[in-house]
Design a protein around this ligand. Sequence first.
Ligand code: NDP
Length: 335
Amino acid sequence: NRQVLLDNRPKGEATASNFKLVTSETPALQDGQVLVRHHYLSLDPYMRGRMNEGKSYAQPQPLGQVMQGGTVGEVVESRNPKFAVGDKVQGMGGWQEYSVVDGNQAGMLRKLDTTHVPISQYLGAVGMPGVTAWYGLVKIIEPKEGQTIVVSAASGAVGSAVGVLAKQRGARAIGVAGGPDKCKYVTDELGFDACIDYRQHKDARSLAQALKEACPNGIDGYFENVGGLVLDAVMLQANAFSRIAMCGMIAGYNGEPIPMAYPQLILTNRMRVEGFIVSEHMEVWPEALKELGTLVATGKLRPRETVAQGLDAAPEAFLGLLKGRNFGKQLVKLA
Ligand code: NDP
């Protein structure tokens, strides 16, 4: 079983030397356990935060242990009557080719129906990122018909679902993304009303002007994934009583400072700004997954994936995710 461990913690920007590839034996199964062969490993921005020591909403990733992360795969050996060989399952198998899981522990392993939804989508639109989009949009932004919703990192796993869910609710969806290809995908394939390439803008005032053209009635809700320039520009176009769902601030995950230029606008615009962590809202997962599964199965949400091949490619693919080199959900396909 090949595995990627966290070998040492990053100082500033994460690098490939923070990780270490090792090979180990898979232990023999005990009663209740199953052996899962991973088909796909999910790479997610939150993993960067866990590479650091220090206080956060989750425990840091322990040094010298397999990098934690979501996986989908197939049961290849079972000593648990609830799981048969061949069952497709989702779990937190981590950055390795196989995992041994206690099938009796609640929430450790979930059986998947791959008839209408490809297995990899359970790590994206029909999984944690999709529910993240659903929660921030539906429970924090609460879009009304005709309102204008902006989302950053719009072509990504979370952002793509935010826009499609907003359109389902009769809102206008405006994306912000890096580069012309991502913007074209966001409008042409995801059906957003417009998408702005923030890389064409050097400062918040210039980006705010582009937002003003795309959002003639101002911005009622902003789903924040990035921080920095985009947040400042959105603030300049925000309407009175608008809402911001603070989902992520990836521009600062490697330790870069991301100051907020216009905090006073929260007051003068009477805005509501709320952060959230999707795993603390398990109560919405069934409802959210049902809607997201239907959107994917019916082709209304067509998420993109960037798939790195083989476990060796995981560290570089992860570093790329933190620089926007991915286009859509970043996965690693395991042999
Ligand atoms: P994405 O698929 O959106 O990939 C990350 C994207 O972020 C990149 O493609 C890039 O898009 C953008 N990006 C990367 N680096 C930078 C940078 N330095 N400055 C600006 N933009 C950058 O990832 P996810 O959909 O998985 O995650 C999106 C956000 O949601 C993240 O911030 C993540 O932490 C957050 N999140 C929060 C959760 C919660 O519970 N609160 C749960 C899950 C995710 P582009 O090229 O368009 O800039």
